[in-house]
Design a protein around this ligand. Sequence first.
Ligand code: ADP
Ligand code: ZN
Ligand code: ZN
Length: 817
Amino acid sequence: MLHFVDVILPIPIPKLYTYVITEAEVQFLKPGMRVAVPFGKRKIFTAIVHHTHNNAPLVYEAKPIYQILDEKPVLTQKQLELFEWIGNYYLCSLGEVVRAALPSGFLIESETVIKSANLEVKDDTGLNDDEFLIIEALQHQSSLSINDVINILEKQRVLPVVNSLIEKGLITVQEELFETYKPKLVKFIKLNDQYKSEKKLQLILEQLSKAPKQREVLLTFFSMQAKEKGALKTSDLKSAVEASDSVIKSLIDKGILVEFDKKTDRVQFEGEVNETGLKLQDFQQIALNEINENFKQHDVCLLHGVTASGKTEIYIQFINQILQQNQQVLYLVPEIALTTQLVERLQAHFGEQVAVFHSKYSNFERMEVWNHVLEHSSKAQVIIGARSSVLLPFKNLGLVIVDEEHEQSYKQFDPAPRYHARDSAIVLAAIFKVKTLLGSATPSLESYFNAKQNKYGLVEINQRYNNVLMPEIELVDLKDKYKRKRMKGHFSDRLIEEIQEALSNGLQVILFQNRRGFAPIVECLTCGHAPQCPHCDVSLTFHRYRNQLRCHYCGYNRAVPQQCDACGSSHLDTKGFGTEQIEAEAKELFPDAKVTRMDLDTTRGKYGYQKVIAAFEQHEVDILVGTQMVTKGLDFRNVKVVGIMNADNSLNFPDFRAHERSFQLITQVAGRAGRTDERGKVLVQTFNPHHNILQQVSQHKYYDMYAEQMNERHNFKYPPIYRLIKITLKHKDFNKVNLAAEWYAKSLRQFFGAYVLGPEFPPVSRIRNQYHKNILIKIAAGQSVKKTKEAVVKINNSFESVKDFKAVRVVLNVDNY
Ligand code: ADP
Ligand code: ZN
Ligand code: ZN
């Protein structure tokens, strides 16, 4: 009897490929193992075993596999189940899901380029001949393709050798290089715990009567420490006492003061694991009990808790429960910017058991985390990560937490799989038969609707930790301010007053502007011409710091012109404003304050965020200017004022979710203010202070927003009442896109009639020289999603067989965001 294996190739074709295997191989192979297979004329791919069987393929003759690459599966059965769900639901191939899930080091193929990891190989006795040859070759050449390796080793079957070197950390696959940055550690000083009692203190002070300098330093320490709760920066103490370093040092040597390194000023996390954790306040404990109650009936529970109500503290209690059962927890966050603070908070409770997985990690680090998760090692009990961590090989998952569940960054936009990590996480949890906890201060309409329909449980918290009041939100009418000349640059008098007061009280400020760069448009005052991107249908954004015009869609850039491209006039001016401009104005208005910016331009590299966030936490920065990055769940303790420079941009965005999003965005930024002690103050600058959304935001009326928006979604047939599939056609030829889109829409209409909208050009209709045209399918509540998708796939297949449209790219986006 012949044996075959069906494998998943990491390519966009939605089918499995069949290869011949031997009797011995069939005994050995298990689903989820990797095999090297030939593909096409000369290519080698790493493929994933799906299943084995005895049915020869009908239309082609199966080739043998080259080699088995694993002793044990690298993907689990349950993972494959999730991947199949994602492939079916989001209309993409299993191979695309596999490619998104696996760190590239697991998927070596003929096009892969390897390079030396620059580790010194001191002892090459551990290397076999083949490995040695490759390492040697990499000493002469900076990189090798797999084909080079084939030539060097004079054989086709090279992937195991390459894999083994990757596993040993001696080579890496070529990808973007990340900077290596160690977060800056600041020296702090505190009283030795031993001397915390009043009595003991008296004793030391007496003992020190013979060392007056040391005594004086200690007294100064106490007077300063009273303000700062426990620990001080060593440098602050030094500058306060005018004593030489040796005096402080002798106090440390005597064990009276203790010096330690710290990344942040979170007083309770002094590098010690605090096993018991914080004590939940009553309302938090009630919420926790309610969630437990809800879980008896629901697999998913939505925790709707206002900002700074302590949702994270509640998650921590749940994590604790799960870890005691020796199960893993997946903790999803929308953006890696958030991981820094969170990891610190979680490590304070769970120490080494916390693992982080994100795309800015090097390939090697990602493979390491992958293996820890797969082996359920003690280092990967709590896995924090953005979107793609839902695709990890969990062994014994016990709970999924999705924080800031409303965030749109949970939906992958490009490339396929265009999956929603929150929704996929719920499916993942269901596969493991465990619970999912969704949390947000501003739930998505989808989730809140599901809760209202009793599909999910719902628990609400309406108060903040310590009973701190919700921030006071003041709407500032820009029209009026401009008319009465109360503006300095983009700052209203009210905003300036509040900032000044906060600064003079030693408190911090966050300024939010949802555009980066200096100004989105440079305009000729003579003829009105604005420089456009040559490849995209958008104006170029002015970045003053680099003196460049940049396209935010494709990255194209050019120097700022001295004269208008169209008429030659030199009267050029900017229109609109971005974070760079706000930063510049803030520096001018508040010359004594330290101002920093957090946006895509200042946070590149692996530790980009960390640097900015740490500096702000340590109060090395007074005013933080940022894009939506500053909105997402960050927990700062000294922020008194939040300024939203212009609320109108996001309100006027041409998208059916724009109002919901604006509410979320403003509420979330506002929520960064006054989180632990003092009530925060938020100023929202706008030309439309009477806009319903702004009224709802300023009065913290989530439910009103929900009810009103749901009404609109009903009326205009949008999610969560209807489901959407967006189909985008792309081609460089304008006419071809039009023809193709007409053909496509017409075919769809035969099935779905009036539920098909378009084709229509999106607001930015050309990106990277490709024209885009969209068609939208709406799926009513009663309609079968499965049948709809089958019909779409069928139409898509016939479209792809039309010769004229061969080069037109089609993007299917299910549950488009
Ligand atoms: P959320 O996640 O709801 O925005 P957090 O969990 O970040 O709220 O809590 C806000 C702040 O209050 C954090 O700094 C947190 O450490 C603190 N906090 C919340 N609950 C407690 C508690 N029970 N004991 C001590 N501090 C708490
Ligand atoms: Zn001009
Ligand atoms: Zn462009």
